[in-house]
Design a protein around this ligand. Structure first.
Ligand SMILES: [Zn+2]
Length: 95
């Protein structure tokens, strides 16, 4: 399954749920899930980590649906086989 297909699946499952809270409410859910991912990282529990990563990508896809953004197209237009800053792969930016 590709990102575009995942986003489409999320739209099919949750479009009714996501239309009510709108952009701001859906964004707030994503932020909550990212915070839960941060907590799961501290546990070193693989199952908990997988669960939270799944929630984050699900809410990211839902937010993209509400914002009418094609997540796959957006991601690949910026990160297509090279770092968007230095233009190299692997990245050669100095952090
Ligand atoms: Zn770079």
């Amino acid at each position: 399954m590709q990102v575009h297909e995942f986003q489409k699946m999320m739209r099919h499952i949750y479009s009714q749920r996501d239309s009510a809270p709108g952009l701001e409410g859906t964004y707030d859910w994503l932020v909550d899930e990212v915070q839960e991912l941060g907590e799961a990282l501290k546990t070193h529990n693989k199952r908990a980590l997988e669960n939270e990563f799944a929630d984050v990508i699900a809410w990211l896809a839902s937010l993209a649906n509400v914002a009418n953004v094609d997540l796959e197209r957006a991601a690949l237009s910026k990160y297509h086989n090279k770092c968007p800053k230095c233009g190299h792969s692997p990245c050669q930016c100095v952090f």
